[in-house]
Design a protein. Structure first.
Length: 325
């Protein structure tokens, strides 16, 4: 459908201009509340054994996906019955809500502001809102590194991946992806509570992000040349370190970012008071600094623009040309 192409372009433009206004309810918040509500009910029905927790987690995944895609599908279907342009307008608005480039920039730049002020305590607090690791004891470099890593990873998860899904399936498929990604961020931890219950969510997230993460990395390499960064080193580190993570997807864009900036990312980190040993990504040519957060966001935006152009072109060819025959 050609409306997918239009909705993607308009949605990207709206996100770039307005971001996510705090006064406007965001669908991801409702998906998060749905996950929490269903988790409480499902845990009461399934015993605390590994097999039953895996089954309960799988039930949660199915129910969340049904609700998260069924509601926007029903809204768009009803709007289409009233008028095609109403459906298009709502689809554009939904696509706008699913792209998180401006929000990613805004939240990560809060960390940059506090680091520039020299307030490490507030910088740790700001970065704690966008990362899952413990931040109380992070050094200034550790805070900057955490923010850069978040921008790198979410260039795929929050920007390129949802745009890719929307290009092929509009807002409904975009909501499918957002639901998967939200479940992964909430219940896919490898701790005592979610080791088994979150396994289905983690597995599905790995599958859904496999192709987008690699497309994001390649677009980011191309974008690094446009940004005046070290594109050749980005390609080199990508090829060498893209598998240096427990997740098959997370290191893809982090490797490119590390190479483009000429820094070393990842490494050991604390989560819930437990030290997790992790391999490093990139070469330690210099320390990560606050200004790298700005550089990372610039690369994120160039990557997002390249992705928008690519996906709109593919969507148009697929729905606007091929399906005419």
């Amino acid at each position: 459908m050609i409306e997918f192409t239009v909705a993607l372009g308009v949605g990207f433009l709206l996100d770039w201009i307005f971001g996510d206004p705090h006064w406007m309810p965001h669908p991801v918040v409702f998906i998060g509340k749905l996950i929490s509500l269903l988790e409480k009910g499902i845990r009461k029905l399934f015993p605390d054994t590994p097999g039953d927790e895996i089954a309960g987690g799988a039930v949660l995944v199915v129910l969340v996906l049904m609700v998260s895609t069924g509601i926007p599908f029903g809204i768009l279907l009803l709007a289409g019955l009233i008028h095609p342009y109403l459906r298009l307008a709502i689809e554009c608005f939904m696509c706008y809500q699913l792209i998180a480039a401006r929000a990613l920039e805004k939240e990560s730049m809060k960390v940059w502001v506090q680091l520039r002020k020299g307030d490490l305590g507030k910088a740790r607090k700001a970065v704690s809102w966008i990362v899952g690791r413990d931040t109380e004891n992070l050094t200034e470099e550790g805070v900057a590194k955490a923010a850069v890593e978040t921008v790198a990873e979410n260039t795929s998860d929050g920007v390129i991946a949802p745009m890719l899904y929307m290009a092929f399936g509009g807002a409904v498929l975009g909501f499918f992806y957002k639901a998967v990604n939200t479940m992964d961020s909430m219940i896919a931890y490898k701790n005592d509570k979610y080791l088994y219950f979150g396994r289905a969510a983690a597995w599905l997230d790995d599958i859904c992000n496999y192709i987008p993460a690699r497309i994001s990395a390649l677009l980011m390499i191309l974008g690094s040349f446009f940004c005046g960064m070290d594109g050749k080193n980005a390609w080199r580190i990508f090829r060498r370190d893209r598998r240096n993570h427990a997740s098959p997807n997370s290191a893809q864009t982090e490797a490119v970012m590390a190479g483009a900036l000429g820094v070393q990312l990842a490494g050991d980190a604390w989560y819930f008071g437990v030290l997790h040993r992790k391999p490093t990504i990139g070469d330690a040519g210099r320390q990560v600094e606050a200004e790298d957060i700005r550089r990372a966001n610039r690369l994120m935006y160039v990557t997002a623009f390249l992705g928008m152009v690519l996906f709109m072109g593919i969507s148009y060819l697929l729905y606007g040309v091929i399906f005419q025959f």
